[in-house]
Design a protein. Structure first.
Lengths: 371, 774
């Protein structure tokens, strides 16, 4: 009885895994070879199980890790280039300093973590870790090509809900720090949240209307470039993303020169290390979402032999481009003031978002229904 | 823990444990300096991290916050107040952390070695590496970073050891121990209103007018020079006289407040240098002074309520001499001095003298007087927090270690997002120049004063040298006049670029900073070629300039000016015409014409509020009268106006440079130092090399007080030298730098603005703390 149940379960599990494999023609012989090994077959099929692959490898965990290790370097080099200098290049000079972030990470890990006397100790230590929940979870719902961990018709709504949690955790950080600059930074963060949130959501709404669904995989499969159909929504989304990730010209809550980094002024060592990479993660999530919503997701000319990985690569490339644009903003613009950002959010951005809805409705009418 | 025990502790942390190699590698490539600008060497630090040298190549990313940094670069002078900040910042940083000290000042005080306000960083925090230089060049600084990296790695990095040499001595011949060249009159005769016959007809009329309308309020009115009048009065009549001067004559601002201590006559002389921005009064400076008995607690009525511009200077004098200005709000705390220093500028406060022969085996370390207190904390003005809390305001302390503070502390009282009041707490870079100058030869003071502002060094020298020349009545040769003008304008352009860089950083725009500092690098290059030094050239000397400039350098300056034009275009595109920049600065921090005059701001910032006062036109000196250029004024008086006004001025400066270059090509090479000064050393008229001390060592100014104003990069620079006519050191030197006057402008303009605007206002004033604190 028991045995039957267990083997039944294994069979269903295997069935699920096997039915949802990623097909990569070039790797096919290798997989066949590995399948002959005792556990190898199971391992390989697990690895190539879409859900598993998406959550742990791409666009999930491993990609995030690699991205965090190299993206800041790309950013620093690129910004350096724009600013007539070179950026980090002495460390392993023949690679152009590419492992700069590795050194920084190691340094952060071995640095003393100071918990100052006034901090709310338990929260102060928890929040840097807790913040990862809303920033990493959305990755489960974002499809890279056809690879996605969880496919649901409510993907956009869930991602939005999680994205809207970002500021909450930042508020927690700032509050637990219990310092003056952190306090002002926290208040600013809260204000900024109101500046972009509504416009941002309305812009996404416009896209849902356009596509007639909020299932990201379905949207991805249409392969349309939303930015061509509704550029206004794309613009609002992009500005909203800049505000949500605290990029210049909206880097108001952190304002290095005014508030000495605002909410996380007191963090040191690995605590700061975690917060430092946080904005890259946020940017990654939002850039991923933007890619699927506006840039056709994984669509693009199929790369020979890569099968489903081809979509994934296109997705990554587009996401990286969006992210880079988001980060290069910092060398182009100075910082707005809080009240200016608020008025931009509430007047220009919100009205543009409404225009975007109208455009979507228009496209919807002309096109005779959703795409 | 004492500093001795802490030494190398951080390196030991890295050397222990199994993971030691990994730790060392990580830390080595990730030394993030925290933003702790302490003094003028900071200018070179910024160059080292700007596009010219790009310190980020080494993985050193400038980080604003001490908690996240692990490296301090101490830039030069650590004053008493700054010492406290240094210790606090160092303690805030997580282990393992490293300290590099750059600049001569950071070792044993450098040029300020016997100052009363100086400390040695190595007494405050454990230092890992010293880089000498004044200022250090960016290359040397980065080499220092490298050295710290090597130290972390465990590689030994012994630097130079100085060899001891015996002085050659011939048998049978006795060697004389060198003695001080200073000559000090035992009972100096101090008189600030020495009359002089000058050709100044409108002045005679003005004096008559003053005499008739001020009858009974003054003791004596004397013309001391062209455009200079001294009015002697008594402490009792001072306020009434000042009131009349202000309301009836239109003397609407104070250029300087000065106190002179005359212990052997048991008196203080309290002076106010008063002037007006009415067209005909512009060049006139009245010296209104009164004598005050030298008692335990000297007190005189404050004029701050009449002339707001006198306020901070009165507080300063209160710190220096202990003279109370009754009615001034700042009399119950020290404004720019640290709590343990009392009345340092009185003559009975003696500084250590140079020693010309050192004892064998006794390490040379001048004593630090008065000793530093054990508790390093900096008090806030009394009752401030309680008062703020009762009004539901929030007090934020910005600085001295803060990305957006520079080297001073701002106390912001805010309500919601609005600034109610800004209280400045200067003095973090107060290097006691006025006191030091009283202990050095006239000629030795030139390098001293230029260090007040190494981002605009030539103007600083020029002001001082002009004062000496004026006292001695020296004419400067034509070629030297043009060279001076060219260098001054280059220096002015450099100062503007410096300020634009800082301004753009304050607005969060690092690209603006990088561009403009890259352009500044060219100015410095021109400076190096012409004078031999990037920031501290000591180029202008009484009677001319140190040496003639060769033709190639003049051509190069010409090329630079056109190259700068091209580069500026890019800067304009990314920063000046950036919509965000305009949104941030337009209509922010407005000072109307009346306000600007009232709070006493000077220079381009005053002109931005609509006052057409440029000393280069009002009282032309050097070659300015012969050149074709215009004064730029605006009437907006906001941050954008102040900035753009300066930007336009720089374009005029480039025009001036162009004209001087043409003139210098025309004027034949040759005499650049006035022959009447050179005396027996005529052959040095092209290059003073080797004869500096012979010619200038015994310079003595005629008796009296000599005051000049000079238009420096940031505005009116006033020097006034009191000489007793016998000593070859000045009896008293008063310097009022433009930044010191502009401090009040920042405070007034910020009131009622939003918190973030404070940085826009601060940046727009081009405030350079070492210059303000002197
Ligand atoms: S005087 Fe200024 S430039 Fe010279 S060492 Fe000191 S801080 Fe540096």
């Amino acid at each position: 009885m028991m045995q039957e149940m267990i083997s039944g379960m294994i069979n269903t599990l295997m069935g699920t895994i096997m039915s949802n494999q990623i097909h990569v023609p070039v790797l096919e012989p290798l997989i066949k070879l590995l399948a002959q090994l005792p556990v190898g077959g199971f391992m390989v099929s697990l690895l190539f199980w879409k859900a598993f692959f998406a959550a742990l490898i791409c666009p999930g965990f491993a990609t995030v890790g690699i991205l965090l290790l190299f993206f800041p370097w790309i950013e620093r080099k690129l910004c350096g280039r724009i600013q007539w200098r070179v950026g980090p290049n002495e460390i392993v000079w023949w690679l152009g300093g590419i492992i700069q972030l590795l050194a920084d990470t190691i340094r952060f890990m071995f640095q003393e973590v100071i918990v100052h006397r006034d901090a709310h100790r338990p929260y102060y230590l928890q929040f840097p870790f807790l913040t990862f929940i809303p920033t990493l979870l959305p990755l489960l719902f974002i499809p890279a090509g056809s690879i996605v961990a969880i496919r649901t018709p409510y993907a956009i709504q869930i991602i939005l809900a999680l994205v809207c949690l970002f500021p909450l955790f930042i508020l927690g950080l700032g509050w637990a720090s219990n310092s003056r600059f952190a306090f002002i930074g926290t208040v600013r963060e809260a204000f900024m949240y109101f500046a972009y949130e509504i416009a941002f959501i309305v812009a996404i709404l416009a896209m849902i209307i356009l596509y007639g669904t909020s299932d990201l995989v379905a949207i991805n499969n249409t392969g349309t470039w939303g930015i061509l159909l509704n550029p206004v929504a794309a613009f609002v989304f992009f500005v909203g993303a800049a505000m949500a990730t605290s990029r210049l010209p909206f880097e108001i809550a952190e304002a290095d020169q005014e508030l000495a980094a605002g909410p996380h002024v007191e963090y040191s060592g690995i605590g700061f290390g975690l917060i430092y990479v946080l904005c890259y993660e946020k940017a990654y999530v939002l850039a991923g979402l933007m890619t699927v919503l506006f840039l056709g997701g994984g669509s693009g000319p199929a790369l020979p032999g890569l099968g489903e990985l081809s979509g994934l690569i296109w997705f990554l490339v587009k996401t990286l481009i969006v992210m880079t644009t988001l980060f290069v903003l910092r060398v182009i613009y100075p910082r707005y003031r809080l009240d200016q950002a608020l008025s931009i959010g509430w007047s220009s951005l919100l009205s543009l978002a409404l225009v975007a809805v109208v455009i979507s409705l228009g496209v919807f009418m002309i096109g005779g229904g959703a795409i | 823990m004492a500093v001795e025990d802490e030494k190398n502790r951080n390196v030991h942390i890295l050397r222990t444990g199994v993971l030691s190699p990994l730790k060392r590698w990580g830390v080595k490539w990730s030394l993030w300096p925290c933003h702790f600008v302490t003094s003028c060497c900071g200018v070179e630090l910024a160059h080292a991290f700007a596009s010219g040298f790009d310190g980020e190549r080494l993985g050193t990313l400038n980080m604003g916050i001490s908690r996240q940094a692990n490296f301090i670069i101490v830039e030069g002078t650590i004053t008493r107040k700054m010492a406290r900040a240094l210790r606090v910042v160092w303690e805030q940083m997580p282990d393992p952390k490293f300290v590099e000290v750059i600049g001569a000042c950071g070792e044993r005080g450098g040029i300020f070695w016997n100052s009363y306000n100086l400390t040695r960083p190595s007494d405050i925090v454990p230092v890992d590496f010293f880089v000498p230089g004044c200022p250090v060049t960016p290359e040397a600084l980065l080499r220092g970073v490298r050295a710290v990296q090597h130290k972390i790695e465990g590689r030994d990095r012994t630097t130079i050891k100085f060899k001891k040499t015996k002085l050659p001595s011939e048998p049978g011949k006795t060697c004389k121990v060198p003695t001080s060249p200073k000559v000090l009159a035992p009972t100096p005769l101090v008189k600030v209103d020495v009359g002089r016959d000058v050709d100044w007809s409108s002045g005679t009329e003005l004096v008559k007018d003053l005499e008739s309308r001020l009858a009974g309020l003054y003791r004596r009115i004397t013309i001391t020079d062209v455009n200079r009048i001294a009015i002697k009065t008594t402490p009792e009549h001072l306020v009434e006289l000042a009131q009349k001067l202000r309301t009836e004559f239109g003397f609407d601002h104070v250029k300087s407040v000065n106190v002179i201590d005359v212990p052997h006559e048991r008196k203080f002389i309290v002076e106010y240098m008063v002037s007006g921005y009415k067209k005909e009064l512009m060049p006139v400076i009245l010296n209104v002074f009164a004598e005050l008995a030298r008692e335990a607690k000297p007190e005189i009525a404050s004029l701050a309520s009449l002339w707001m511009s006198a306020d901070y200077s009165e507080r300063e004098m209160h710190d220096f001499f202990g003279v109370r200005f009754a009615g001034n709000a700042g009399m119950n705390y020290k404004f720019i001095l640290a709590p343990e220093v009392n009345t340092p500028l009185r003559k009975d406060f003696k500084l250590e003298d140079e020693s010309y022969v050192l004892e064998d085996n006794v390490p040379y370390a001048p004593e630090i007087k008065p000793p530093l207190p054990a508790e390093l904390e900096l008090p806030l003005p009394e009752g401030l927090i309680e008062d703020a809390e009762s009004k539901e305001e929030f007090v934020v302390l910005v600085g001295p270690h803060h990305t957006g503070s520079g080297h001073l502390r701002w106390i912001l009282r805010i309500k919601g997002d609005v600034i109610m009041e800004v209280i400045p707490d200067p003095g973090y870079v107060h290097r006691t120049m006025e006191k030091l100058a009283e202990n050095r030869l006239y000629i030795q003071n030139i390098p001293l004063f230029e260090r007040a502002n190494i981002s605009d060094p030539i103007s600083m020298q020029l002001g001082y040298v002009r004062t000496i020349e004026k006292a001695l009545g020296i004419e400067v040769p034509e070629r030297a006049r043009y060279i001076r003008t060219m260098m001054t304008e280059l220096s002015r352009i450099g100062a503007f670029f410096y300020d634009s860089g800082i301004f753009s950083l304050f607005l969060g725009h690092s690209t603006g900073f990088m561009y403009v500092w890259a352009i500044r690098e060219m100015i410095l290059e021109a400076m190096v070629r012409a004078t031999g030094s990037r920031c501290t050239p000591t180029f202008i000397i009484p009677g001319g300039v140190r040496r003639d400039i060769p033709k190639e350098v003049i051509d190069m300056v010409d090329n630079f000016t056109s190259a700068i034009h091209k580069r500026l275009k890019k800067f304009e595109d990314i920063f000046i015409y950036n919509p965000v920049f305009i949104a941030r600065t337009k209509g922010v921090g407005v000072l109307s014409r009346a306000d600007a005059i009232r709070c006493g701001i000077v220079g381009p910032f005053l002109r931005a509020s609509g006052v057409e006062y440029d000393i280069r036109k009002v009282e032309p000196y050097d070659a300015y009268a012969d050149l074709d250029w215009e004064v730029t004024t605006g009437d907006a008086g906001d941050c954008l106006g102040r900035y753009m006004g300066r930007y336009e001025e720089i374009k005029e400066s480039l025009k001036i440079v162009k004209q001087t270059v043409d003139a210098l090509r025309r004027i034949p090479r040759g005499e650049v130092i006035s022959e009447e000064l050179l005396g027996d050393y005529r052959e040095a008229s092209e290059d003073i090399k080797g004869h500096m001390f012979d010619v200038y060592g015994n310079l003595v100014l005629p008796k009296g007080e000599w005051t000049t104003v000079t238009e420096s990069g940031r505005g009116t620079l006033l020097y006034s030298i009191v000489s007793d006519g016998d000593s070859n050191v000045p009896y008293r030197v008063r310097i009022v730098t433009p930044c010191w006057m502009n401090l009040r402008g920042i405070v007034e303009a910020s009131k009622g603005e939003r918190v973030a605007d404070f940085w826009a206002i601060y940046g727009s004033f081009g405030y350079f703390p070492p210059e303000a604190d002197r």
